[in-house]
Design a protein around this ligand. Sequence first.
Ligand code: FES
Ligand code: FES
Length: 162
Amino acid sequence: MSERRTIAVTVNGTRHEKDVPVRLTLADFLRGELRLTGTHLGCEHGVCGACTVLVDGRSARACLMLAVQADGHEIMTVEGIAPGPDRLHPLQEAFRDNHGLQCGFCTPGMLTTLIEFLRDNPDPTEREVRVAISGNLCRCTGYQGIVKAALDAAQRMKAART
Ligand code: FES
Ligand code: FES
């Protein structure tokens, strides 16, 4: 029988205490235990970026992290980005308005990656955006709409701050 541990994690502002197998990945914990299926699984070995979440504000591959490693930490998933049920985050609005997604499979990882990036670099160049998302694979868009969306989001967020 696999070993288990009790962990306490805060996900999108809500604290959860759960008994989990020590080998359970954070991605499977979020999707299977908490039913937060916005975190997508593509490659499951750290290449595609679809599973990217923020751990204490820093992007991390949820497929490469164990749930027990999240014990005591704060996680933000794509479900936690919007400020309310009827309002989108400016980054989400920019994705919608700039055709930053097609099938949407890569989108949760793109958004979480860009949330961290735009927080650290609020006025990026196009090249900096391209480097920032270079660890996230998109098989649909050709990246043009995503880059445009990120640059547009930076302007929207700047306007919101002034
Ligand atoms: S599913 Fe985690 S990086 Fe691809
Ligand atoms: S929108 Fe389909 S993988 Fe990016």
